[in-house]
Write a protein that binds this ligand. Structure first.
Ligand SMILES: CC(C)(COP(=O)(O)OP(=O)(O)OC[C@H]1O[C@@H](n2cnc3c(N)ncnc32)[C@H](O)[C@@H]1OP(=O)(O)O)[C@@H](O)C(=O)NCCC(=O)NCCS
Length: 217
């Protein structure tokens, strides 16, 4: 069963953690308020802001605007958690994202198909279960847009842009049943690192280190 917490950025407080001995620990799974110092001493201002305009062969990624509210409501309602999102709900979410980008320098972008620019979904960086310094890559597409490689193509651009901010490690937390998302993470080069459990079951933490970070070790 997919729960809303699987897909909602920044709403993962209070999980139960079951670490295996010798595990490389991911960041403290507490969502921090903007501006609060990260465990490694990195504050949001330690990194360049995520680029808010990215282009790939088939896609353009841009910041959300209020004009995106109608299809965002459709996308969020398509989750099988039983909630119906109105355009006003989506407008609130877009406003919150705007604040997040302003305060943290990370957020999600809209995927638009070239050349016409129709929206396909979103992809970007979120704190999620992780931290500002080591954020999660998030992606969610409208149902009709699945299965064309768009999430992978967009997320590749986001990963490159994330490392260009000066970050050296990214995470993706994915439920074991979410085969398409697991596959996207695999195609991006993420490796499964550990399994945690929260109220909704298992979450597989996937890690991706910047290529330069690996060379420095
Ligand atoms: C996850 C999601 C964004 C993927 O989008 P997408 O554009 O279809 O992804 P891509 O086409 O780039 O890649 C999907 C891969 O999963 C594979 N896949 C799809 N369904 C699968 C299944 N049931 N079992 C195994 N693999 C599957 C595809 O074949 C493809 O791999 P391939 O390129 O090797 O053939 C989309 O399914 C989605 O929006 N899901 C709902 C939101 C969500 O779960 N977000 C992630 C939260 S962690």
């Amino acid at each position: 069963m997919r729960s809303r917490s699987d897909l909602s950025p920044g709403a993962h407080v209070g999980s139960a953690w079951h670490d295996e001995p010798g595990d490389e620990l991911p960041p403290d799974p507490v969502v921090r308020e903007p501006g609060v110092t990260e465990p490694g001493g990195a504050e949001p201002g330690s990194f360049a802001p995520l680029a808010l305009h990215l282009a790939t062969e088939r896609l353009v990624l841009t910041a959300q605007t209020d004009d995106d509210a109608a299809w965002m409501a459709e996308l969020l309602t398509a989750r099988d958690d039983g909630r119906t999102w109105t355009t006003d709900d989506a407008l609130d979410k877009i406003a919150t994202m705007r604040q997040t980008i302003a305060s943290l320098g990370i957020g999600v972008l809209v995927l638009r198909r070239r050349p016409a620019g129709e929206p396909l979904g979103y992809c970007g960086l979120v704190v999620g279960r992780s931290t500002v310094a080591e954020p999660e890559v998030a992606y969610e597409l409208l149902p009709w847009a699945h299965g064309h490689g768009y999430a992978t193509e967009a997320a590749r651009a986001v990963v490159d842009a994330a490392f260009a901010t000066g970050r050296t490690r990214l995470w993706a937390t994915i439920r074991p049943w979410n085969a398409p998302s697991l596959r996207v993470a695999q195609k991006l080069g993420f490796r499964a690192q550990r399994v945690a459990t929260d109220d909704d079951g298992a979450v597989i933490w996937h890690v991706l280190d910047a290529p330069e970070a690996g060379r420095r070790l």
